[in-house]
Ligand binder design. Structure first.
Ligand code: PLP
Length: 456
């Protein structure tokens, strides 16, 4: 295998003492999730505007990552900074436990509910997506408990899906190496991944998955199952949108067995996949919708649960939420974030730029390592394979390429992107311009054209 990467090209790697100093200090005290302590390189970012980022030495980058898929309205919004400063000066926070309330939180929750599927009535505010997923896991069990069915505890999930970093999240992932036993084993279902037709044995994908769901329910017993959790577009697994009939048909089966449906829209909502909530696109009425990320475009850390009216009634008064639930400053900023998305028509922008990405990326299907190009809104994926016939993941076979691709596209082309589960993820702020989209596609194309696999 040969990759003509940044190591052989004139590269903009950190040579200036400023970046090097920060990198050294960082390596001494900061542990990076998924980081490599042995790798001295750091990208030290200091400023952003729209879809542009600058590092500590003034180098400019196109942000096709959005800091974990969440900076919907783009970087450097002074309007949000002003809202935060004003609210913090007036009253930064006071709990909403018991009977305490505040106007920014009320207004923000009204905006969330107004845009949601009609069955949604109430909001529970949380600090992040993981916390919200964990809370949802507790609430679906509490729901059945309060209705006299305490044995309904089992959870259905899609294999390879991600529902946060807590122990509850680990339970939904079927456990994680090295953290001991998780409370209860989730029941794994086949992910709706059209590119991997081999998963469905030649059958229609949705027919296969619906049958598998019915069989799992028959095996475990509907009376033992609390809920199914599902990412409406699987993000961390590789930006995988399901066929249009998949979720409606799956949810119909769940309903017929009294099993709750939790839509994990931590990534998909607030325009990331082109709508306020992807549940609306599929005409779904989830019992719980899990939110985070784009909810405040990352200007403040925030998560939330939207609750169906009947579910909310049963759960009334349940504990949870924590000290920061209903944080005034966070609510005020998130409320202003919704106003910007609306005023600037960023849902439509997401759909248009997403369509442009797909059209331009399709050219790359000619490259030997590009197996599939897919997406919904600005959740765009380029799946890399080492063999187009077997669809074997390229990065399973050549794991070191992940860093080479990432570094080359960054240092040579000034583009920041993510690589997840063998797929290049293109998830820029929704304000990315058509010209920037083309530049990102050119950068990805040039980089992947240099991946030269000699399989002998
Ligand atoms: N759910 C999904 C689908 C996610 O992609 C993520 C994070 O990537 C989470 C939950 C967890 O959210 P957070 O990182 O805010 O804890």
């Amino acid at each position: 295998m040969d990759f003509h990467c940044a190591h052989k090209e004139p590269c903009m790697a950190a040579t200036n003492s400023t970046a090097t100093d920060w990198a050294r200090r960082d390596a001494r005290v900061v542990q990076h999730p998924h980081g490599d302590a042995a790798d001295p390189d750091r990208l030290v970012l200091v400023r952003g505007k729209g879809s542009t980022l600058w590092d500590v030495e003034g180098r400019e980058y196109i942000d096709a990552h959005a800091g974990a898929w969440l900076t919907q309205v783009g970087h450097g919004r002074e309007e949000l900074a002003k809202v935060a400063a004003e609210q913090m000066s007036a009253l930064a926070h006071f709990t909403i436990m018991n009977d305490f309330a505040n106007p920014p939180t009320i207004e923000f929750c009204e905006k969330l509910v107004e845009r949601a599927p009609k069955n949604i009535a109430k909001v529970r505010l949380m600090g992040s997506g993981s916390e919200a997923d964990d809370e949802a896991l507790q609430l679906v069990r509490l729901f059945h408990y309060r209705r006299g069915q305490p044995q309904r505890t089992k959870i259905l999930v899609l294999r390879g899906s991600y529902h946060g970093r807590t122990y509850g999240g680990a339970e939904l992932a079927g456990g994680r190496p090295g953290i001991g036993e998780v409370p209860d084993g989730a029941i794994m279902l086949t992910p709706p991944w059209p590119y991997h037709a081999e998963l469905f044995g030649g059958e229609n994908l949705t027919d296969f998955c619906v049958r598998e769901l019915e069989q799992a329910i028959a095996r475990v017993g509907a009376e033992n199952i609390a809920a199914m959790f599902g990412e409406l577009v699987m993000g961390p697994a590789g930006m995988i949108p399901a066929p249009d009939d998949y979720w409606p048909r799956m949810v119909e089966v769940l309903r017929s067995h009294g099993i709750l449906f939790v839509a994990d829209e931590v990534v998909t909502a607030f325009g990331r996949a082109g709508a306020w909530y992807t549940s609306l696109d599929y005409h779904l009425a989830p019992d719980i919708i899990v939110l985070a990320k784009g909810i405040a475009s990352g200007y403040v850390p925030l998560g939330a649960l939207l609750l169906d009216g009947d579910v909310a009634d049963v759960l009334d008064g349940a504990s949870g939420g924590g000290s920061y639930a209903g944080h005034l400053m966070a609510s005020a900023v998130a409320s202003a974030n919704i106003d910007i998305i609306e005023r600037e028509n960023l849902l439509e922008a997401s759909r248009l730029r997403g369509a442009q990405f797909l059209e331009e990326l399709r050219e790359l299907l000619n490259l030997p390592v590009v197996g599939d190009v897919r997406g919904r809104g600005l959740m765009v994926g380029v799946e890399l394979v080492s063999d187009k016939t077997t669809r074997q993941p390229l990065l399973d076979r050549f794991p070191n390429l992940k860093k080479d691709i990432d570094r080359f596209v960054r240092t040579r082309h000034g583009v920041i992107l993510g690589i997840h589960g063998g797929t290049i993820a293109l998830t820029p702020p929704l304000v990315i311009t058509p010209r920037e989209v083309s530049r990102v596609v050119d950068a990805v194309g040039d980089t992947l054209a240099r991946v030269n696999i000699h399989t002998g």
